[in-house]
Design a protein around this ligand. Sequence first.
Ligand SMILES: C[S@@+](CC[C@H](N)C(=O)[O-])C[C@H]1O[C@@H](n2cnc3c(N)ncnc32)[C@H](O)[C@@H]1O
Length: 299
Amino acid sequence: METPTNGFFRMDEESFARLSQYVTQTYGIQLPATKKSILENHLDEKVKNLAMSSYKEFVDFILNSGSSEDELLHVLDLITTHKTEFFREASHFQFLTQQFLPRHQQENNCDNLKIWSAGCSTGEEPYSLLMTLEEYKKIHPKLTYTLLASDISTRVMHTACHGEYDVEKMQTVPSGMRHTYFMCDKADPKQVKIKPHYRTKIQYKRVNLMHDNYGLAKHDLDIIFCRNVLIYFEKPTQEQVIRKFCNLLRPGGLLFLGHSESVMGMNLPLSQVGNAVYQVQEPEARSQEPESPALEFTS
Ligand SMILES: C[S@@+](CC[C@H](N)C(=O)[O-])C[C@H]1O[C@@H](n2cnc3c(N)ncnc32)[C@H](O)[C@@H]1O
């Protein structure tokens, strides 16, 4: 049995390396050495509550027991950032209203628009998409859409499904939209809720982007938002995930990455059409030079 130093168990290098390798393989997320002390600070109580005598025992438990994904997801929550906000990287929402939607309406008339927010965290991104689409619908009522949101973390998805936020979170929501989409929480004046009528328009699904199959049909989606998620993955893993996105998007469909992310150096059938916005090439364009100019949109 290991004796805790100053009451704390220390994670030995081997246990950390095993955990780190497993997390990267299973969830894509890299676990740099700087995260070790964060894990030690947060997991100490858990190790003690489970009556374990060392991190070696804890890591054996979470990696070998098939029933303990909850524990692993808890570890994952400690090392991943869920930072997000309403209308984050706002130019993407302008791109949708000013460039994509008018064109989509023209070409597809009332075809149902299908959007996936992959790595949605606590829901601010899919709700921003919903508000953008609903505002557009006020002027173009024929628009119909399906909005899917997913994350690996059940904890953040729980918040997303409930649509309850601190009132300060509304600061980045345009003032004209606040009363339309949010209501006060009578029990807590510091909280607001997305109105049920809108909340229920989003479908949620737990998806690990590292899985081969996301359970979605090929070429069925118009838009994927996967912003500030892949930044934590190694480059080859990013490319594998984006390749799967390309298969799920219809030709001409759009992929939105975070503003600091890009597909540079990757061999993918995508043309850049805006700031971190990529369009899946039509099959006939795929044999052309990768530098061939993007077609439809002005950025
Ligand atoms: C920083 S948040 C981004 C939220 C939102 N997309 C935005 O840009 O504001 C990253 C999210 O990616 C999720 N994530 C990390 N690895 C994942 C994986 N392998 N599969 C699915 N989601 C993952 C995390 O749980 C986290 O909620």
